[in-house]
Design a protein around this ligand. Structure first.
Ligand code: URA
Length: 442
């Protein structure tokens, strides 16, 4: 480790605040000392804010990723498995893709080993969702992670003190300090976990739109390119998909509600947009592992759709839940998953077409209900959330349901109902308009 006499946190923060380029040595110093508890949260938060404001060069981002990946153990799966794939989303609303895609890919005969995160800002996290299942253990040691991957062909865990701990610690700070949507911080967060977890192939689901951290397609493409470059530099096969997050994915937003929708999808009754999304992400994972030769997945499309709904994917999901201590009775009877005591339906005030369902607004409403965190380490409520009944382009009649709010208390439902009403934009015809305005001199 670099001697603390020569470097210190304050000067590194100030250098970044003033727009300077940090050396690899400075970045390593900061990450190592933060991980060991020698740099406190308030300095790490200030550093994140400086990076958020000033950005990082590609070189700095690669150095940060490496330092975070090496802040704990890195797992080598190559002695037990030939080719392991992983996926990661840049964060969305209603994004329960991992819950379906991991077992689907495993059901296609490709081993999957994934390190996931918790909710971040107004987006949900896979670990929080899975913890809706009583007993499900996301805290696996590197040894357990490896053994589960080899024995079951499927494993999903969170950061521990051993695996990419720097990301776990920074992630929890970024979640509550307004420093999430920064390309270098997202890229290093995602790729450090991927490198530490040892997969050979990685599919990145980079979201763009109102509910994504990258609002524009250009920003999403930049983030995707950055992560692909990091992957290349570390010997990983990486495919990035830029996907829409202008409306929530599927219908369910909230931890247990999303587990329910994921299981229903594997039982054959998933929302159409979510099914398409899962088939695409799973297909690209399987393609990386050499089971498909077509970029459009036409050679494996039928098999993917069959395994998604014929019980194969669900059997794999059950296998993972059982192996990680989860209560299978909650999957056999979905009503045993946590349920919120208050349900409030919001109805359409008039007929029309849905032009927009603001994904960010729905995410924030869900956060207000208690499904995510406002403070570091806060307990979350697995039962609460929102069901979004309509998708963009749908026609609704007056009185049709728009949202069902699942709340802990009546007053929470009342507040969130006001906010959700503003999340819908109406149109008098289906789909998005081609033109918004004409501005002319005559
Ligand atoms: N997912 C992550 O793991 N990290 C981020 O910063 C954003 C999404």
């Amino acid at each position: 480790m670099v001697s603390p006499d020569r470097l210190n946190a304050e000067t590194i923060i100030a250098k970044k605040r003033d727009g300077g380029e940090l050396s690899e040595k400075e970045i390593r110093y900061f990450i190592e000392n933060f991980t060991q508890g020698r740099i406190p949260d308030y300095q790490a938060s200030a550093w994140c804010m400086a990076i958020f404001q000033r950005g990082m060069s590609q070189q700095e981002t690669i150095a940060l990723t490496r330092a975070m990946a090496e802040s704990g153990e890195t797992i080598d799966l190559s002695d037990t498995l030939d080719y392991v794939v992983d996926k990661h989303s840049s964060g969305g609303v209603g994004d329960k893709t991992t819950l379906v895609v991991l077992p689907l890919v495993a059901a296609m005969g490709v081993p999957v080993a994934k390190m996931s995160g918790r909710g971040l800002a107004y987006t949900g996290g896979t670990l929080d969702k899975l913890e809706s299942i009583r007993g499900f253990n996301v805290h696996l040691s590197p040894e357990q992670f490896k053994t589960r991957a080899a024995e079951y062909g499927i494993v999903l865990a969170g950061q521990t003190h051993e695996l990419a701990p720097a990301d776990g610690m920074l992630y929890a700070l970024r979640d509550v300090t307004g420093t999430v949507s920064s390309k270098p911080l997202i890229a290093s967060s995602i790729m450090s976990k991927k490198i530490a977890a040892g997969a050979d192939g990685i599919v990145l689901d980079v979201k763009t739109g109102s509910g994504a951290f990258m609002r524009t397609i250009d920003d999403a493409v930049d983030l995707a390119r950055l992560m692909v470059q990091i992957g290349e530099g570390t010997g990983k096969d990486v495919t990035a998909i830029i996907s829409d997050m202008n409306q929530p994915l599927g219908h369910a937003v909230g931890n247990a509600l999303e587990v329910r929708e994921a299981v229903e999808t594997m039982q054959g009754s998933g929302p159409a947009d979510f099914v398409e999304h899962c088939v695409m992400i799973a297909g690209q994972m399987v393609r990386l592992a050499g089971k498909s030769y077509e970029l459009d997945l036409s050679d494996i499309d039928t098999e993917l759709r069959t395994r998604l709904t014929n019980g194969d994917a669900l059997a794999m999901f059950r296998r993972m839940v059982e192996a990680q201590g989860g209560d299978l009775r909650q999957l056999d009877d979905l009503n045993l998953l946590p349920q919120a005591p208050v349900r409030r339906e919001l109805k359409a005030p008039h007929a029309g077409y849905i032009r927009e369902v603001d994904a960010r607004g729905v995410g924030l409403a869900t956060l207000d209900l208690g499904a995510g965190r406002r403070k570091k380490g806060e307990r979350i409520d697995h039962a609460v959330g929102v069901i979004v009944h309509q998708k963009v382009g749908d026609h609704v009649d007056a009185g049709d349901p728009l949202f069902t709010i699942h709340a802990r208390k009546e007053e929470h439902a009342s507040q969130v109902a006001i906010d959700l009403a503003t999340c819908i934009e109406w149109a008098d015809r289906p789909g998005l308009p081609l033109f918004y305005d004409v501005i002319s001199t005559r």
